[in-house]
Each structure stands twice: as C-alpha cells, then as structure tokens.
Design a protein around this ligand. Sequence first.
Ligand code: URA
Length: 238
Amino acid sequence: MERLQKVMAQRGVASRRKSEELITSGRVKVNGEVVKELGTKVSDKDIIEVDNVLVEKEDKEYYLLYKPRGCISSTKDDKNRITVVDLINTNKRIFPIGRLDYDTTGVLLLTNDGDFANIIMHPNNKIEKVYLAKIEGILKKEDINQLKEGIALEEKTVKANKVKLKKYDLEKNTSLVEITIQEGLNHQVKRMFSALGYSVMKLTRKRVGIFTLEGLHSKEYRKLTPKEVQIIYSYKED
Ligand code: URA
C-alpha cells in the first residue's frame, strides 16, 4: 500500500504536491468514491480516477542515452529544437533524469519512473558523475587543489571529488581534465572552471554511478537491465 499522492505522481498525473492539491480539491476518486484525505493509501488493485478519467498504470521504462550535441534535455521545447526524448522510440511519457547542456554530450538516463529518478538525483545517495572537459588554458596544480577544496558558486560551495589532468597542449593552450562531482547544479562543471578563469570548450559526461557509455555511439541508447534497475533501488533508504 502506498500513499495516493505518491501513486498518482508515479503514474505521471502530476508532481506529488500537485497531486495533493487535486486530492484536497475533491477531483480524485478511489474505487468510485471521492477521496479528500491526504493520508489515504492505495494498492495496485484500487481504481484511481482524476476528473472521472482513469489513471492507468504505466509499465516502467529505463534508458541510457549517449546524448549528442545539439539537443536539449527536456521533454519539450518552445523553440521546437530536438529534445533527448525525441531520440528515443517509445510511447511512454519518459523524461530525462537531470540535465546536460545543449552542447554537452554523454551519459543521460531517461525513465517514466519518478522514484528511480529521485534515487539517482538525491544528494544523500552520492552518485558520482564523471566528466571529461576540454578547457582553454593549462590547468594549474593550485587550481586542481582549489577544485577539490571547494568553489563558491552562487547557490552553494561545491567540491570536486577527483580531478585528473589527463593531457595538455602547450601550443594550443588547452587541457583535458577528468573531473568527478556528486551534486548536479545547473552548468556546474562549466561554472566551477569559469570561477577559476578557464572556459570549457567541450564537455562529455563519461559516467553516472554504474552507467557508462560502453557499447554506445553518439545518439545511440539502450534499455537498462533489470539488474541495473535493482542496483539503483538498493540505494533507497526506506
Ligand atoms: N556541468 C555543466 O557545466 N554542463 C553540463 O551539461 C553538465 C554539468
């Protein structure tokens, strides 16, 4: 048994908060009866309706996409640009878990399972994201230390768990840096480098937790295996 608003959110009706509003405003029926109490619990067998429309159970889908450049990480775009969801052949209402910038490539997970997405995104689960950044300039030792000690961004101070200078080119004045972070603030990697005076020319996400780009080319995707989904669910505390 789970809370009605949670089940509604899982089935893609609306966010949990919005679902609570729908319940308290009397627009939700369980087994034909209007339910206005937020504590109500339901099982898979209960019939849920919103505005007299049946809320169906949707099979869960999980994808790992090698996001190419030139597409946006959302479900729709007002400027009609290609979205990451357009690249996946499904009729389910999937959404990307977190965001990669328009020009960033690499690992992006998509699903219609809100719980799964929350586990990946929740800071307590400390899921590592590994990026390869080509930056303008030769990364100094003291700046590597600074990235690891903390960079004050507008919202908070963030740290890199690991920073590796993989290569540098004195003639072109560029460096290739592998940086591992745990949070997922908007444009976090670019902003961390920018705070130290480096601009990011190219950015690829190589890994999110257990998920890498292995076996995929740009624009390709695969379904997660049941085992992979199970591993992520095992991080859940409750
Ligand atoms: N950090 C960035 O700056 N951009 C991304 O797309 C992801 C992380």
